[in-house]
Design a protein around this ligand. Structure first.
Ligand code: PGD
Length: 769
């Protein structure tokens, strides 16, 4: 039994996606303390104290006036209307009736319950699990969403070319192997610590910085390929190749071209472990289309000198090289290609499956990659079965709502968008995560009813018809657990719920009662009973291994439990390397597919049968001469707790901070600290600006997560005064294969904002009448 977090009388254990901590209420103030066992704690914890009782929290159930007065139906007043407070019983009766109406009239195909979002740590109160369980129980199913905004392109292409996506990202090269074995880490898109600092479900030890430092001290070279120098930590003392955003596939092709023409590629590896090389090689050498994909070809596309590309390729030969490709590269038009081409580059270097070498796809993108898995099962709430089974690729939500009945392509299928009447969201913020937010507003205006459970007045809550206030984790008990972190945490309740906020579970239990399925939803358990029940699975796993298996009360009193972990054995990749016949990959051929008959057979021009350079539709040009990189923020997770002190402290003049190169700024008369206006044909937003030479000229960077704050909500394309880049990004799928999110890159113009600075109102509650 471990007592890693001492359950002191005042400070009690808790957990979040960004770290384990302990907390206490003293004189009405929340105090937080970092977990002492964490070598590199995440400062995002500091968002909690000011957020807990912030006026941005939702205090009571609210119903949009227009919906209340006119009933369900399409309405462009969503996001513009005032709200009417309502008592819990009344609002639950109203919502119960509406759910019954939609179920009886339209069936599960009329309800979108995808409800994508990161929600919070704590495996029982996990909002996605709760909402899906409820919709399955009460409605017999719903239209779901598949894949994620993080990694949709990779999730769909990887099974065709490498097999198991989970094994690629979670059972492959670890940080320990990097520290011990890698000689060169070639990081496309880098491995920014801000991303690795976060892990869904909780994380007790942030090891990435230490592992990179150890590797560097041993002599490992880190090479960062990407427009932002900050995408590798200083500890790596990395070399920086600042390519044009979205051109990594061309760069990788040119690297492989040099390896091949210099005779440096590993023919034996390609022969034994891959299929389809000859078809790809014809394309690479230009035999298929007359254009060799050599360094001279790649130089103007990538903005990297041909000689630098050739020199880099030659340097890789004979070393233990780890190729990493950040998720961000595939969150762009044709995002499947860098994922695939990264695998081909690693195959050409011949080290897939060796310690610290090969292909570490997405290593560093999130805290649970590059680690050992827990050797016992964790607590998971069953979501029941969606008997309906219809789904959309997650980032096609606006397309679906705007085009009911329209056909679209996905992973080799032609599918049809359903006609959605009711959208139900808990634990996500589409006005943070989706692209082209003005289009999303139009899409949400089309449904009959939009229901949102939220802790705070996000723009999603402001666009809802029925808003139900949810508790924060600090206001409830739960179990913090992540599949690749050994510390399971008893998340004690630290504070009373804000206002009338309720747990998502209790809201769904009350609705289940109204819909006659309470027993099926709750199974007769209250929340504490559920924690005991979910814990039992882990306890049994420990028992099965003959390990001490404390009962729930002991675990709860101790505050945490350290779990056994699986060995760092290289997973299926090591086994494949040792014997590809005995341990084939779960692809069509059992080998790495450099050419895929399956993908080729789908006949998509936007994703052919081998990795291909496909120029993006959107490139800088007249009116929008700059690339915008809309990446992950460092001072909050996505949009969560943007009103917390740590996030607010990072803003300037109340706005999100964009970075740009001094040369681009000078050409526009912009000085450090100015407020700028970023715009393109889809929209515009304000941001403060910081000038730095750590960004490629021609590129502007603005992190996601600043809450959407329309200057004039009545406008159809309002200026976001706060700095949400998703008013600018394009709502188009990565390709007809994966239809993933392409929010990472777009094109803009930037100018100095000279008008009167509009106030920030994103954190003020909406009008209530
Ligand atoms: P969050 O801000 O985490 O963003 O998108 P996601 O929707 O996950 O939203 C979670 C919401 O859930 C918050 O509003 C929070 O208050 C609420 N919440 C938390 N806990 C609870 C709870 O217990 N109950 C209830 N009811 N609510 C809760 C993230 C998505 O954004 C992701 S994963 C990625 S990787 C994408 N990245 C980009 C990008 O790189 N570039 C662009 N342009 N856009 C992106 N969007 C994507």
């Amino acid at each position: 039994m471990s007592a890693d977090i001492e359950p002191m009388a005042e400070f009690r254990p808790h957990s979040s996606h960004w770290g384990v901590f302990s907390a206490a209420m003293r004189d009405g103030e929340l105090l937080v303390r970092q977990y002492p066992g964490d070598p590199d704690p995440n400062e995002i914890i500091q968002n909690f104290p000011s957020a807990l009782r912030h006026p941005a929290r939702i205090a009571q159930p609210m119903v949009r006036r227009g919906w209340l007065e006119r009933g369900p139906g399409p309405d462009r007043r969503r996001g513009r209307d005032e709200f009417v407070p309502m008592a819990w019983d009344a609002v639950l009766d109203l919502l119960g009736d509406e759910l019954r109406r939609v179920r009886d009239r339209h069936g599960p195909d009329g309800v979108f319950g995808g409800s994508y979002g990161w929600a919070s740590a704590g495996r029982f109160h996990h909002a996605q699990s709760q909402i899906h369980r409820f919709l399955n129980t009460a409605l017999g199913g719903y239209v779901a969403s598949v894949n994620s905004y993080s990694s949709a392109a990779a999730t769909v292409i990887v099974p065709h070319i490498l097999g198991d996506y989970e094994a690629l990202t979670k059972h492959n090269v670890t940080w320990d192997q990097v520290a011990t074995h890698s000689e060169v880490v070639l990081a496309f898109g880098g491995m920014a610590l801000k991303n690795a600092m976060v892990s869904g479900g909780g994380i007790s030890e942030h090891v990435e910085r230490g592992a990179m430092r150890a590797a560097r001290e041993r002599g490992c070279d880190f090479i960062l390929i990407g427009p932002l120098h900050s995408d590798l930590p200083e500890e790596t003392r990395s070399e920086w190749i600042a390519n044009i955003p979205g051109t990594d596939t061309a760069l990788m092709l040119a690297l492989v071209h040099t390896l091949v023409t210099d005779g440096l590629h590993d023919r034996a590896f390609i022969e034994r472990y891959t299929v389809g090389w000859p078809v790809f090689e014809r394309y690479l050498l230009g035999e298929a289309d007359g254009q060799p994909k050599n360094a001279d070809w790649a130089a103007p596309i990538t903005g990297v000198a041909a000689e630098a590309i050739r020199a880099l390729a030659r340097r890789l030969h004979g070393k233990r090289v780890l190729v990493t490709v950040a998720h961000s590269l595939q969150r762009a038009e044709h995002g499947e290609q860098p994922v695939w081409m990264g695998a081909v580059l690693a195959a050409a270097l011949g080290q897939i499956g060796l310690p610290g070498g090969g292909y570490g796809y997405a290593l560093g993108a999130i805290g649970y990659y590059g680690r050992r898995a827990n050797a016992v099962p964790g607590p998971t709430l069953s979501q029941g079965r969606n008997r309906h089974g219809n789904f959309i690729p997650v980032a096609r939500i606006a397309d679906m709502l705007l085009n009911p009945g329209a056909a679209y392509r996905y992973n080799g299928q032609t599918r049809t968008y359903p006609d959605i009447r009711l959208v139900y969201w808990a634990g996500g913020n589409p006005f943070h995560h989706h692209q082209d937010l003005n289009r999303l507003r139009q899409a949400f205006a089309r449904v009959d009813t939009l229901v949102v459970h939220e802790q705070a007045w996000t723009a999603t809550a402001r666009h809802a018809d029925i808003v139900l206030p949810a508790t924060m984790t600090l206001e409830r008990e739960d179990i913090g657990y992540s599949s690749h972190d050994p510390l399971m945490v008893a998340m004690h309740r630290i504070a009373e719920p804000y206002g009338e906020a309720r747990d998502d579970h209790d809201i769904f239990a009350a609705l289940s009662r109204r819909l006659g399925v309470e027993q099926a939803f709750t199974e007769g358990r209250n929340s504490r009973d559920w924690l005991r029940h979910l814990y039992a699975r882990t306890q049994q796993g420990l028992r099965d291994q003959g390990l001490p298996a404390p009962d729930f009360e002991e675990f709860w009193a101790a505050g945490s439990l350290r779990l056994p972990q699986a060995p760092d054995d290289g997973g299926p990749w090591r086994a494949f390397h040792e014997d590809p016949d005995a341990n084939p990959l779960p692809t069509a051929s059992g080998r790495i597919e450099i050419f895929s008959e399956t993908v080729a057979g789908f006949g998509e021009a936007s994703c052919p049968g081998h990795p291909t350079w496909l120029p993006p539709e959107e490139t800088p040009g007249p009116g929008t001469p700059l690339h915008l990189v809309a990446n992950q923020p460092a001072t909050r997770l996505h949009s969560q707790l943007d009103f917390g002190g740590h996030s607010i402290g990072s803003k300037r003049r109340g706005r999100e901070v964009a970075t740009m190169h001094p040369a681009d700024a000078a050409a526009r008369g912009i000085a450090d600290g100015d407020v700028i206006r970023l715009s393109n044909a889809r929209g515009a937003c304000l941001a403060a600006v910081r000038l730095t030479t750590d960004i490629r000229p021609g590129v502007v960077q603005l992190a996601t997560g600043a809450w959407y704050d329309p200057e004039d909500p009545e406008d159809d394309r309002p200026l976001c005064v706060h700095g949400n880049p998703n008013v600018l990004t394009r709502d188009a799928g990565t390709s007809a294969l994966a239809q993933g999110c392409t929010g990472q890159i777009t094109v803009v113009e930037v100018e100095r904002f000279t008008g009167n600075l509009p106030p920030i109102r994103a954190f003020d509650p909406p009008r209530a009448g």
